[in-house]
Design a protein around this ligand. Sequence first.
Ligand SMILES: *Cc1c(COP(=O)(O)O)cnc(C)c1O
Length: 234
Amino acid sequence: MTDLILRESLAAARKRLSCALASAGRPADGARLLAVSKTKPAGMIRAAWQLGQRDFGENYVQEALDKQAELADLDGIVWHFIGPLQSNKTRTVAEHFAWVHSVDREKIAVRLNDQRPAALGPLDVCLQVNVSGEATKAGVGLEELGALAERVVALPNLRLRGLMAIPAPAEGLAAQRLPFARLREALEALRTRLPEAPLDTLSMGMTADLEAAVLEGATLVRLGTAIFGERTTP
Ligand SMILES: *Cc1c(COP(=O)(O)O)cnc(C)c1O
């Protein structure tokens, strides 16, 4: 993808988000774009940064580290880890990311808390929720969410910001909205249960279902394909 095409696709993604917010009757700053750059070269991230994009999402630890090293000169860049997280990778993630969206069990949360360097301040985290039942294995179930959130809130080096979900693919706006509505309701319930936590984030909506997510209150939409084009490598 050339820088010119990236410029156009990023502008189109921004327009798409602002139209979705307007149709939902929400403020223009109600949600921001997280550019999902997995499998894409550092040069594309640099080009997006030059166009004002600051939040980037990565799924694979080693790939992300290589790109971060190459892009260390980019001021204000914010790295989000959004992929499945194994215990043996928590230290690297705690040391090299500002956000983790995929916390779904206590063991991972405790390790991230223990391994977060004090100098970096608390790590912002979202709990990944399995809102589509058996369709995907990642994510805490809705029944266990409250208990996990209470444990995470007690960890001083983590800041629980909200919830993330990757629903099973669905056709049509109405069907797409259902799991996002469930995630919104789950966040509302957590706010009541944990009034002291800064629960301001619904990380939901990807290229295929951004509009549905924004209608249900998404505050951070994770767009990959819409910004950087199709991915060829896994
Ligand atoms: C790859 C990925 C995305 C982006 O998906 P697109 O369909 O390319 O927009 C968003 N969130 C997560 C967790 C991902 O792994």
